[in-house]
Design a protein around this ligand. Structure first.
Ligand SMILES: *[C@@H]1O[C@H](CO)[C@@H](O)[C@H](O)[C@H]1NC(C)=O
Ligand SMILES: *[C@@H]1O[C@H](CO)[C@@H](O)[C@H](O)[C@H]1NC(C)=O
Ligand SMILES: *[C@@H]1O[C@H](CO)[C@@H](O)[C@H](O)[C@H]1NC(C)=O
Length: 461
């Protein structure tokens, strides 16, 4: 039980951190490498035509990128050498298993493997210290023991902090492989780790030359076209040699469209979009036709602060939806006191109950016009307003919940509709009829009663 509880709280903690984590993927990444380097959760869509390229796996799926096109490397551990002892029962030397591994590390995603250390039988089992050498900068190797004794089983965790920045190119060997050694202190035997950082997209190697997607004039890699010389365009559809028109025409989205949508400069047939005063805001697209701020605003924030703006469209964070990401999937605010969503009389949309008529109120609990409401309060209205009727003697005890206002005639009663209902009562005592309204404000039931009663009993019968 205790273990189960622990797991539950761990799970909650994980969910909660996931909930608050800011989206960090470089949505404007121009290529796969740039994208996967922008964060451990960032994935690239390799589909030939996709408006959204760089997002979380979930975000890409939501933007219509099929699962089979979502590229999100997580690194891997490969055991290269794992010989077991050939010696019989009495081992004279230290034995390490495995002896050699190859690790691909996606920065931010940790890898682990078990390491078995068998001590020579003639040596006392003591505390072991592990020395690690030749570890590349930013890579952290930690150990945790699984079992003690001999053999000793330890878990080795390896994680890289981040991909080397562009400025680190003094060292051209930036992503490895590096050969690192783990050596139990006092021994000469080591485990060799060949570490490679996964900062480059594998899909670059699957280069499809003369791809039909690139109009046969370019190579398709990671879903994008790399056009051959003299061809331009997202699908290499334009041949710059066959155009005698000035380069500026390649910077127009249509024959009469403004150059670079009026948001940039045309440089040799390519738009260079202008910068915005706010560094968070930028234009993008072949013709600078896209931006990351021309999206619906909600509460003064683009996409309600719950999504990213991509070329005029909000890509909502998890748990939010709607054109402006203002709609939460959360339903707690729709829960009525009877633990039913919207009291079972409506739909919870964007955290707000849409009640079926005539139900109303935040959780559809009010129904002033429901027939039984008039009947339910009639006797109390009668005694509070006229001191008459069945409840006359118990009025103070039973009807104090009702606050009554008197007006002269039916015409002076408040407008009905919404949360206010018009009711009519025939007093059994004298067959007179009177009109009143019922309405509910916060928790108080209110009634306005027309003082004028109609007592033409013959007419009524
Ligand atoms: C190495 O081989 C042993 C069996 O000889 C196996 O139990 C162990 O899991 C292997 N280690 C790894 C890291 O694959
Ligand atoms: C390595 O990881 C451990 C445990 O997460 C942490 O305490 C330590 O600061 C890290 N070291 C480096 C150099 O990042
Ligand atoms: C990187 O450097 C290591 C030695 O530090 C070498 O073994 C390896 O081959 C180099 N990799 C590349 C791609 O040059």
């Amino acid at each position: 039980m205790a273990v189960k509880l622990l797991c539950l709280s761990l799970l909650l903690a994980l969910l909660c951190t996931g909930w608050t984590k800011q989206q960090t993927c470089l949505l404007s990444a121009s290529n796969c490498d740039e994208c996967i380097q922008s964060g451990p959760e960032c994935a690239w869509c390799t589909a030939p035509r996709s408006d959204v390229r760089c997002h979380t796996s979930k975000g890409l799926r939501r933007a219509g990128c099929h699962k089979s096109y979502v590229y999100n490397p997580q690194g891997a551990v490969q055991v290269v050498k794992n010989d077991s002892s050939t010696e019989p029962a009495v081992a004279k030397t230290l034995l390490l298993q495995p002896q050699e591994l190859s690790l691909r590390l996606r920065p931010g995603v940790s890898q682990s493997f078990p390491l078995t250390i068998t001590m020579p039988t003639d040596q006392p089992v003591q505390e072991l210290t592990m020395d690690i050498s030749n570890v590349p900068a930013g890579v952290n190797i930690t150990f945790s023991s699984i079992t003690t004794g001999n053999p000793l089983l330890i878990q080795v965790n390896v994680v890289a902090a981040q991909c080397p920045g562009k400025s680190d190119d003094s060292n051209q060997n930036r992503t490895g492989p590096w050969s690192s050694l783990i050596t139990p202190r006092g021994f000469s035997l080591s485990v060799m780790l060949e570490i490679t950082l996964e900062c480059q997209c594998d899909c670059i190697r699957n280069r499809e030359e003369n791809s039909p997607t690139c109009s046969g004039h370019g190579a398709l890699l990671c879903g994008q076209c790399a056009c051959y010389e003299s061809y331009i365009g997202q699908n290499c559809q334009r041949d710059t040699d066959s155009f005698s028109s000035p380069h500026e025409d390649y910077c127009r989205s249509g024959p009469n469209a403004p150059v670079c949508s009026g948001r940039g400069q045309c440089v040799e047939g390519f738009c260079e979009c202008e910068m915005r005063a706010n560094p968070e805001e930028r234009y993008s697209g072949r013709f600078c036709e896209c931006s990351n701020f021309d999206c619906p605003y909600q509460n003064n924030r683009v996409c309600g602060g719950h999504g990213k703006c991509m070329c005029g469209q909000c890509i909502c964070d998890d748990d939010w939806t709607g054109e402006d990401c203002s709609c939460s999937y959360e339903t707690a605010s729709c829960m009525a006191t009877n633990q039913q969503l919207c009291n079972g009389k409506g739909m919870c949309q964007c955290g707000v109950c849409k009640c079926e008529p005539p139900y109303a109120g935040p959780t559809c609990e009010n129904c002033p016009t429901c027939e039984n409401t008039c009947v339910k309060h009639a006797k109390c209205v009668e005694c509070r307003a006229f001191g008459m009727g069945e409840k006359r003697d118990r009025c103070d005890q039973e009807c104090s919940y009702l606050s009554v206002t008197m007006v002269d005639t039916k015409d002076d009663l408040p407008q009905t509709g919404g949360t206010t209902a018009l009711c009519l009562m025939i007093s059994p005592e004298d067959s007179c009829i009177f009109y009143y309204t019922l309405s509910r404000t916060s928790s108080r039931q209110q009634s306005t009663v027309a003082r004028a009663r109609k007592c033409n009993s013959r007419g009524l019968k």
